[in-house]
Design a protein around this ligand. Structure first.
Ligand code: FES
Length: 116
């Protein structure tokens, strides 16, 4: 478990990626950061999502966090809202998160193998 300072730093980073200007958000990525999510690696998943979005200079995508979605066995969980669809991915890791950014956010194709 990382310290509260590290988690706060991560939260701050996530907020920096929030792009809510004039409602022009085109997608929202939410990482579940409840206790069991963090224990399962949600912090690494969130970092990977933010890094990949930054690396690809993707715009108008909000990255945010939520608490416990109540599905412990599926953690880490990532929810992507885009084009009127809400997709929940389970058992994510950093590598899957990076692939999800490319496949879902860039290529607009749901990663069906990870959907829960
Ligand atoms: S304790 Fe909340 S999802 Fe596990």
């Amino acid at each position: 478990m990382k310290s509260l300072n590290e988690l706060n730093e991560l939260k701050k980073k996530a907020q920096e990626y929030m792009n809510l200007r004039e409602g022009k958000e085109i997608a929202r990525v939410t990482v579940a950061m409840g206790t069991c999510g963090i224990a399962a690696g949600a912090r690494e998943v969130l970092t990977a999502v933010m890094d990949e979005i930054k690396k690809r200079n993707l715009q108008q995508i909000t990255v945010t966090q939520t608490s416990c979605p109540g599905r412990c066995s599926e953690e880490p969980i990532v929810i992507v809202e885009m084009d009127g669809q809400k997709v929940m991915y389970g058992k994510m890791d950093a590598e899957k998160a990076r692939k999800m950014v490319v496949q879902h956010l860039v290529n607009k194709t749901i990663c069906s193998e990870w959907v829960i």
